[in-house]
Design a protein around this ligand. Sequence first.
Ligand SMILES: Cc1cc2nc3c(=O)[nH]c(=O)nc-3n(C[C@H](O)[C@H](O)[C@H](O)COP(=O)(O)OP(=O)(O)OC[C@H]3O[C@@H](n4cnc5c(N)ncnc54)[C@H](O)[C@@H]3O)c2cc1C
Ligand SMILES: *[C@@H]1O[C@H](CO)[C@@H](O)[C@H](O)[C@H]1NC(C)=O
Ligand SMILES: *[C@@H]1O[C@H](CO)[C@@H](O)[C@H](O)[C@H]1NC(C)=O
Length: 384
Amino acid sequence: MEEVVVLIVGAGPAGLATAACLSQLSIPYVIVERESCSASLWRNRAYDRLKLHLAKEFCELPHMSYPLDAPTYIPKNQFVKYLDDYIERFNIQPKYLTVVESSTYDNDGKFWSVMVRDMTRCVVVNYMAKFLVVASGENSAVNIPMFRGQETFPGVAIHSSSYKSGGSYSGRNVLVIGSGNSGMEIAYDLATHGANTSLVIRSPIHVMTKELIWLGMTLAHHLPLNIVDHLLVMMADFVFGNLSKHGIMRPKKGPLVLKLETGRSAVIDVGTVGLIKKGTIKVQGRVTKIKGKTIEFQGGNEASFDAIVFATGYKSTATMWLKNCESMLNSDGLPNKKFPNHWKGENGLYCAGLARMGLACIAMDAKNIANDIKSNLDSMSMSG
Ligand SMILES: Cc1cc2nc3c(=O)[nH]c(=O)nc-3n(C[C@H](O)[C@H](O)[C@H](O)COP(=O)(O)OP(=O)(O)OC[C@H]3O[C@@H](n4cnc5c(N)ncnc54)[C@H](O)[C@@H]3O)c2cc1C
Ligand SMILES: *[C@@H]1O[C@H](CO)[C@@H](O)[C@H](O)[C@H]1NC(C)=O
Ligand SMILES: *[C@@H]1O[C@H](CO)[C@@H](O)[C@H](O)[C@H]1NC(C)=O
């Protein structure tokens, strides 16, 4: 048994930001991470050409800016370097290869009892934590739907988190399933590496440019979201034209409102739309059936494929190990209160990075959590 004031689960950007904010307030904490490194999503589960989708001013963690000469859209490796510098600056020492297996609230003792497996020493440690911060990520496990006949597909089928580059797919027929930012960008990467690429777009999406998103996020500080959305859609239609004949429909709600209400992001075009318009990338409706190499789509189209990339997203796994969290998380392991009240549960339970609002929100969560813990500790020490 080990007593700690704060236990942070996960050493991705959210856990690191929370650790930094706590140390600025001289609050002791322990941070545990199941992988052998911090930010494994960025180091090991992201494709080569990935850059931050948002301009750097929206992607800073608390108390440390990017170097002045950093580009507006930070490439993956530079973001990882920033995190390494961040870890050093705030002397964060995650316990790596340490998996949280279960956690319950002890009502008598008023602490969180957290069972943690230390895989290097092959022991289980029981932490008693006054405060518990869930920073295990919205991307903790891959989400892969099962299609009828999927087991008969003889080719390579991978999740986008295992995709690095299109180099090895040249000349092959590849299907990308999913049209979020990852799916759209991976389709572009495949096509530019000479793969015969098709893309499944099931639901309506907002396609934007990164400049439009920057403008929208900047204007949103001064104007109501629905007005900014209206402006964004008008400008996007001007830039891209009406994409419905290419199989890309717009949602009824505007891009910023949709993000706030559902967490679904607008897609930031990296050149995919141009290739769709040229016919280089072929758009298909949802998959109805897989039979060997042949994949059938809604509307009756079918084609033969050598490989599938599932860009079908991720899920949170917090509810698999965290009990007594109903005050904060729903059964999907995501906050049940709406932004900006999502980060706090009862009995010293918090979450950072689960609001589906990116790094800017992660920075806010971390600051809110550290300040809230500080005021709790202050009032405890006054009353005791
Ligand atoms: C391809 C891609 C591009 C993105 N681009 C952007 C962008 O440009 N801008 C932006 O703002 N956001 C972006 N995001 C969103 C992204 O989710 C955040 O940027 C960020 O990585 C989330 O940080 P996090 O710390 O919440 O989660 P993660 O980075 O997923 O970290 C969570 C950590 O918790 C660990 N963990 C999980 N379960 C346990 C357990 N039981 N025990 C111990 N450790 C555990 C995991 O191993 C992981 O290291 C992108 C996401 C993806 C997938
Ligand atoms: C490319 O893919 C499409 C369908 O997705 C298919 O009709 C076409 O024959 C393929 N081209 C080649 C050269 O294989
Ligand atoms: C886009 O084109 C489709 C038909 O191709 C049409 O039904 C729709 O109204 C158009 N949308 C706009 C905003 O012009």
